[in-house]
Design a protein around this ligand. Structure first.
Ligand SMILES: Cc1cc2nc3c(=O)[nH]c(=O)nc-3n(C[C@H](O)[C@H](O)[C@H](O)COP(=O)(O)OP(=O)(O)OC[C@H]3O[C@@H](n4cnc5c(N)ncnc54)[C@H](O)[C@@H]3O)c2cc1C
Length: 469
C-alpha cells in the first residue's frame, strides 16, 4: 500500500463515468490502495446523467448471465468489418459480470417488451437509465467518491514523461483551475451537442439537428478535444451517428414514432421518399431520420396510415409521442390538416394502393413479412405493403433527431487511450462509453449503454492497477 493517496479524476456522470468511479473505489479498497476518486460533471446535480439518464437502457444480452453466441460476429458485421474484434470480444466476455455487478447494487433486470418488430434479445434494468444512475450515484457516494456538479473539464495536463498530471476545470462561473490527477478517465459522451463539430463532420444543417433528449445537449465533444489535443488517436466513423424519427409536436423525451414501416412516408409535396418496408424498424431508422434532416424539403415528413394501424396488436408500443395523430375521413382533409399538397398525396396513395396487390392476410408487423408491393412501384416497398383504404386516415409528422455520434477517441480492450503515433497507450489516460470511437456504419442495436458500463468498469480497474505499477 502506498503512503500517499493517488488521485483519479473521472469526467462525466453517465453509465461509463459512474461505473468507472464506483468500480475504481471498490478495486482500490480490495487491493488496499489509497486512491482519491473525484467525478466531475458539467451539468447540475438535477440534470446530471447525460444520455444514460434518458435512455431505457436496453442491453443486447440473451439473459443477464449471457450474450448470444454470435455477439462478436454480429458487432463486426454492424461495423462492416471495420470494428476492433478484441474490443468486442472483451465486451462479450465482461457483459455478464457487469450485469451481475449492477444487480449487486440493487438494480434488477427484466426482459422488456420492445417496439413491435422482433430483433436481437435484450435485457433492461427495471426503471431504465434513471434507476441505474440513481443506484450507482448512491453507491459511489457511499464508497467515498467525491462528486462535483457544474464542474466542466477543459484540458489535460501531462508531465515530462508524457503521463497525466492534472486537469483544468471550471467550477460554476469560477475561473479555470488546475486539479491534480495521477490518472484520468474520460467518459464525457460524444459531440452531438456541439453545433460546430456537428457541422464539421456531417455538413451544413447538422448544427440544427434536434437532440433526442434533454441530457444529450451536455455532450459537446469536450473529452474528445482534450484527448486529441494531447496526442490521442481518433477512431470510429466521424460521419456516423445514431438518430431516430420523432414527433416534432411532442414534449416527451425521445418521442419516437416507429409505425412508419406499416404505411407510407411522404414529404410535404406529398411524394414518397424511400422504401418504408426496407427492414425492421431498427434497421431503417438511422438512415431514414438522417435523410429527413439532410435530404428532405422542410426537414419534416409524414407517416400516412389508415385505421388498420389501431388493429395491430400492441401498436402503442411503437409510439412514444403523447400527441395523437392527425385523423380525417378523406385523404384530402388529412392533407389539409398536415399542410401537405392534397392532390399529390391522393395520387401517391392511389399509386401505392394499385401496387399493393399482395395478400393482406400475410401482414405481420413483428417480422419482415415479405408482403411486397408490385415491382412497378417507385420507390419500392419490400414488406408490410397493405393498401391504405380504410378511414379514418392517419398522419404523424416526423423529424430526425440525433442521440449520439460515432467518431471518438481510440481505445483498446483495456480502455487505455491510444496515442496517435505508434498506437502506444498514453500513460494514465483511459476512456469509456460514447466518447470512444468503435462504431462504423450503423449503431449495433442496444449496445451503447452496455459498452459504457462494461468499459467504464474496465477503465476503473485498470486505472487502479496503473497506480500499483
Ligand atoms: C433517449 C435515448 C434512448 C437511448 N436508448 C438506448 C438503449 O435502449 N440502449 C442503448 O444501448 N443505448 C441507448 N441510448 C444511447 C445510450 O444511452 C448512450 O450512448 C450511453 O448511455 C452513453 O453513456 P456515456 O456514459 O458514455 O455518456 P452519457 O450518459 O451521455 O454521459 C456523459 C456525461 O458527461 C458529461 N460531460 C460532458 N462534457 C463534460 C465536461 N467537459 N466535464 C464534465 N462532464 C462532462 C455530461 O454532462 C454527461 O452527464 C439512448 C440514448 C437516448 C438519449
Amino acid at each position: 500500500m502506498s503512503d500517499t493517496a493517488k488521485s483519479l479524476v473521472i469526467v462525466g456522470q453517465g453509465a461509463a463515468g459512474l461505473s468507472a468511479a464506483l468500480y475504481a473505489a471498490e478495486a482500490a479498497r480490495e487491493r488496499g490502495e489509497r486512491v482519491r476518486i473525484t467525478l466531475l460533471e458539467k451539468a447540475g446535480e438535477e440534470e446530471a446523467g447525460g444520455n444514460t439518464r434518458w435512455s431505457p437502457s436496453y442491453m443486447r444480452m440473451a439473459a443477464p448471465d449471457r450474450v448470444e453466441p454470435t455477439f462478436v460476429d454480429d458487432m463486426l458485421a454492424a461495423t462492416g468489418g471495420r470494428g476492433d474484434r478484441a474490443y468486442f470480444a472483451r465486451l462479450a466476455a465482461e457483459a455478464p459480470a457487469t450485469a451481475a455487478w449492477i444487480a449487486g447494487h440493487g438494480v434488477e433486470f427484466h426482459r422488456p417488451v420492445y417496439y413491435l418488430a422482433k430483433g436481437p434479445p435484450r435485457i433492461q434494468p427495471v426503471g431504465g437509465g434513471p434507476a441505474i444512475v440513481r443506484a450507482l450515484v448512491h453507491a459511489a457516494r457511499s464508497a467515498g467518491v467525491e462528486l462535483h456538479y457544474e464542474c466542466s473539464a477543459r484540458r489535460l495536463v501531462r508531465g515530462n514523461r508524457g503521463d497525466i498530471r492534472g486537469i483544468h476545470v471550471v467550477q460554476g462561473s469560477g475561473a479555470p483551475e488546475t486539479m491534480h490527477a495521477d490518472a484520468v478517465i474520460l467518459a464525457a459522451g460524444g459531440f452531438q451537442g456541439d453545433g460546430v463539430m456537428m457541422r464539421e463532420h456531417f455538413g451544413a444543417g447538422a448544427e440544427s439537428m434536434p437532440l433526442i433528449s434533454p441530457g444529450t445537449r451536455f455532450n459537446t465533444g469536450d473529452g474528445i478535444r482534450m484527448a486529441v489535443e494531447i496526442g490521442a488517436a481518433m477512431s470510429g466513423e466521424w460521419s456516423g451517428m445514431h438518430s431516430e424519427p420523432i414527433d416534432p409536436r411532442a414534449k416527451n423525451s425521445a418521442p419516437v414514432v416507429l409505425v412508419y414501416p406499416y404505411g407510407i412516408v411522404v414529404d410535404r409535396n406529398g411524394r414518397r421518399i424511400f422504401d418504408e418496408g426496407g427492414g425492421l424498424v431498427h434497421e431503417t431508422w438511422e438512415k431514414f431520420s438522417r435523410d429527413i434532416h439532410f435530404a428532405t424539403p422542410g426537414r419534416e415528413v409524414y407517416a400516412i396510415l389508415d385505421s388498420r394501424l389501431f388493429a395491430i396488436q400492441s401498436y402503442q408500443r411503437a409510439i412514444r409521442s403523447e400527441v395523437p395523430p392527425a385523423q380525417a375521413d378523406t385523404l384530402d382533409d388529412l392533407a389539409k390538416q398536415i399542410g401537405v399538397d392534397a392532390a399529390n398525396l391522393t395520387a401517391t396513395v392511389a399509386a401505392y394502393n394499385a401496387a399493393a396487390t399482395g395478400d393482406p392476410a400475410r401482414f405481420d408487423a413483428t417480422v419482415c413479412d415479405g408482403l411486397a408491393a408490385a415491382r412497378t412501384l417507385h420507390p419500392p416497398k419490400s414488406n408490410w405493403a397493405r393498401a391504405i383504404t380504410e378511414p379514418p386516415f392517419v398522419a404523424y409528422p416526423l423529424i430526425g433527431a440525433v442521440a449520439y455520434t460515432f467518431g471518438g477517441i481510440a481505445t483498446n480492450e483495456r480502455a487505455e487511450v491510444l496515442g496517435s503515433s505508434g498506437d502506444a497507450p498514453i500513460p494514465g489516460l483511459y476512456a469509456a462509453g460514447e466518447i470512444t470511437g468503435h462504431f462504423y456504419g450503423t449503431a449495433p442495436n442496444a449496445v451503447s449503454v452496455l459498452r459504457a458500463f462494461v468499459f467504464g468498469r474496465i477503465a476503473g480497474r485498470e486505472a487502479v492497477s496503473y497506480f500499483g505499477r
